[in-house]
Design a protein. Structure first.
Lengths: 427, 334
């Protein structure tokens, strides 16, 4: 394999408290050296990274690639292409496929499909319960052996507290976190958006904040009780953020996500029955949004993840109640992070890289998340100055369901390198 | 009926302002006060047609209208059909009972097929909030919302307002209380938007399980006890209680609902003698309203039905490009 020499970029690696101009060399798919200047190498591909940012490969720990069963929305192949186009070098796939990824064969299938596709690395999560029915534990140990990096019943939350306790206790032996979509389905009822004046006006059944809060509290307490790791997905409520903050301060082993959409949008986006503003958990009030921003800024929500949830256009082209939950996010998350979080001073660049690379890697024990010598050669090169507009027709993803259409962003991945191979070369 | 004819004099409107309704009628939230008053005034002019021996004028001759009812309806559907026929439109009514998507066809496909048949207007009733707006965005024809989920039922809101205006003349100082299942009611939302814009005060009353979140932020007063609501009100608009609400746990039983929130003759005594009682129908006698109230002297429920035809004629006429000024001549010679 040829070496890659990235020249003259601003190298940012929070794991090494590094933020300086220099050259970076990848040899045999691994980080070989970072130096002020590395001499000319005959056999290396040279990349000019002047005025660009060189970061450890970005990791999105929450994506839905729909394969098997939903290939009209996304496949693993199109998913990993979308990822690298967004500067993401690794993803964690959710197991709510059809059939549910709840056994080692399912995990091996996802890994085999990823192997064939030239794009981001794929780390599958397996289901907590068989068929995600919340009744009995799935083959957790065998799935870990096959390559699963965590378990979750994302989208079909485990309502039975006793089973959730057992999942956490059982998973602990394998060193994996339980990823938790916190939602009390009895409190959500038929809700399709945030319960608020807006849901009342539009005549849409609402999901109250408490349907999320109450399960966040339950699962923080279960994590504390079982002394095991819990990863709270897509936190959207002010109270939920505060509960996680308190749990962290007393030493609970919790990591938690903030999504781009919960960081910058509110439930007023649903106005006019915009099905591309329909997701679960729903967009909330501006007070909740501000609390998510605060939690992201202070590190309570230490992982930036998209919940990339592709849907075919005709599935979203329905009345609000009939349209499915979810939006795509892989190709807009970095631009939104740079434009709305870094440029607005909510976090600095190094912190954004930390939340998009280092912390996600640690939360799921993934390789990468740093540019230390000997680490895997996953690197994202970012042009921080390019101004572009979100155009879903340019997406590598199979789906176009974004609420960010037309949004003007500053900053984008110009090159994405996975294992020393340039897998994305910019637009 | 204490008719209101003051806006007409010698066949002309005193206020010559034209307030077009735009392409679609989705909800009263989207209309200005002037637009609402325009519909009421135009409806006033059309009322008389239904009193004629030959109940037909050529206003919509050559126009084709589809009544698309994805939910069962008797009163609203018939009312629209009469309004259309009395204006000489060619109409087709499609009923599709059940879910939002019947026979697997999506609403957008239904819309495109209708459009391909070159129609002028669609009247839609659908179980999903936002369905009428959705349809209006997909096709160039005029779309009239005949009830979408729990969102709005604008022609009901308009006919309720017309009925109140017929009796009480003006909305200034009026207190209208909506009683019952406000949570699921499109009639409630259209009433709240319309009546607030017309200048009335609006209250809602019912068990808290059937009042939606933050409803007071819509500018309405909230009553939990019906006795207080009746004492406060000059008009009661009593909503139908869907019988399945009991099974989904919103209330313990219909009997208890009637005991605690039913509009009975006994409770009416707490209000003024002139208290008007409206109900959008169909009624559950003995549940939300007792028979002696429904059939009593305070009830204007059948006038609502009569006004429904006139209001729908007015809406069809205005959306098709008619103006209040020409409404009189459009009616033709008697």
């Amino acid at each position: 394999m040829r070496s890659v020499l990235v020249r003259g970029g601003r190298i940012v690696d929070p794991r090494q408290s590094l933020d300086k101009k220099g050259d970076l060399l990848i040899v045999d798919g691994k980080i070989e050296a970072i130096s002020d200047e590395i001499g000319r190498m005959e056999e290396a591909i040279e990349l000019d990274a002047r005025d660009q940012i060189v970061a450890p490969g970005l990791i999105d720990v929450h994506v839905h690639f729909r394969e098997p069963g939903g290939e009209h929305k996304e496949t693993i192949e199109t998913g990993v292409r979308a990822a690298v186009a967004g500067g993401i070098t690794a993803v964690c796939t959710m197991p709510n496929t059809d059939p549910v990824t709840d056994d080692p064969a399912g995990i091996r299938f996802v890994l085999a499909q990823a192997e064939k596709a030239a794009g981001a690395r794929v780390y599958p999560l397996g289901a907590i319960s068989k068929d995600q029915e919340g009744k009995s534990l799935a083959a957790i140990g065998e799935m870990v052996e096959a390559g699963a990096v965590g378990i979750t019943d994302d989208g079909n939350p485990v309502m039975n507290g006793g089973l959730m306790r057992m999942a956490m206790e059982y998973a602990k032996a394998f060193g994996i976190p339980v990823a938790d979509h916190p939602e009390d389905l009895d409190l959500s009822r038929a809700g399709t958006m945030n319960e608020s004046l807006n849901s009342t006006r539009m005549g849409l059944p609402g999901k109250p904040n408490i349907s999320e809060d109450i399960q966040i509290i339950r699962d923080l307490l279960l994590s504390e009780l079982t002394d095991s790791r819990v990863h709270i997905q897509h936190v959207s409520t002010a109270y939920g953020v505060e509960m996680i903050r308190q749990a962290k301060s007393r030493g609970v082993q919790v990591t938690a996500e903030a999504t781009p959409h919960h960081l910058i949008l509110t439930d007023s986006e649903v106005d006019g029955y915009n099905t591309n503003a329909k997701m679960n958990p729903p967009l909330r009030s501006s007070e909740d949004r501000d609390a998510v921003v605060q939690g992201f800024s202070d590190g309570t929500l230490c992982v930036y993840a998209t919940d990339h949830a592709p849907h075919h256009y005709d599935e979203k082209e329905q009345t609000f109640a009939d349209a499915p939950n979810g939006i795509v996010g892989l190709e807009t998350s970095l631009g939104i992070g740079l434009t709305y979080l870094v440029a607005q001073g909510i976090v600095d660049l190094s912190t954004l890289v930390d939340r998009m690379s280092c912390t996600p890697a640690r939360a799921f024990n993934l390789p990468g998340g740093t540019l230390k010598r000997g680490s895997i050669g996953d690197v994202t090169i970012i042009d921080p100055n390019v101004i572009w507009s979100v155009d879903s027709n340019e997406f590598m993803s199979k789906s176009r369901n974004t609420p960010f259409e037309g949004l003007k962003l500053k900053g984008r991945a110009s090159k994405t390198i996975v294992g020393g191979k340039i897998v994305w070369n910019g637009f | 009926m204490g008719g209101r004819t003051g806006v007409f004099e010698g066949g002309h409107f005193l206020k010559p302002n034209v307030f077009s309704l735009g392409k679609d009628l989705v909800g009263l939230e989207d209309l200005s006060t002037d637009q609402i008053v325009t519909v009421l005034d135009t409806a006033e002019a059309f009322k008389e047609i239904s009193e004629r021996k030959i109940k037909k004028v050529p206003v919509l001759r050559g126009k084709t209208i589809v009544n698309l009812f994805f939910e069962p309806s008797t009163r609203t559907k018939i009312s629209f059909e009469f309004a259309e026929k009395r204006l000489s439109a060619d109409t087709v009514s499609v009923s599709s009972v059940g879910s939002s998507v019947s026979k697997g066809e999506t609403l957008v496909d239904t819309a495109r097929n209708l459009e391909a048949m070159k129609i002028d207007m669609v009247v839609i009733r659908h179980g999903s909030s936002g369905a009428a707006k959705f349809l209006g965005e997909k096709i160039p024809s005029n779309v009239i919302n005949a009830g979408d989920g729990s969102h709005e039922h604008p022609t009901q809101g308009l006919l309720d307002a017309l009925t109140i205006r017929d009796h009480l003349g003006s909305f200034d100082g009026l207190k209208v209380c909506i009683i019952g299942d406000v949570l699921h009611s499109r009639v409630a939302r259209s009433n709240i938007h319309g009546l607030l814009k017309l200048g009335a005060s609006v209250g809602v009353c019912g068990p808290y399980t059937l009042l939606p979140a933050d409803v007071e932020k819509m500018g309405v007063r909230v009553f939990s006890r019906i006795e207080e609501a009746i004492e406060w009100s000059s008009v009661l608009n009593v909503l139908r209680l869907q019988l399945e609400r009991m099974h989904s746990g919103y209330i313990p039983s219909l009997r208890e609902y009637n005991q605690k929130w039913g509009v009975s003759k006994q409770r009416l005594k707490l209000g003024s003698d002139e208290l008007l009682v409206l109900h959008p129908g169909p009624m559950n006698r003995g549940v939300e309203i007792d028979s002696d109230v429904a059939d009593g002297q305070n009830s204007v429920i059948l006038e609502q039905v009569t006004n429904g035809v006139a209001v729908r004629m007015a809406v069809l006429y205005l959306l098709s490009g008619g103006t209040p000024e020409t409404a009189e001549s459009a009616k033709g010679v008697n």
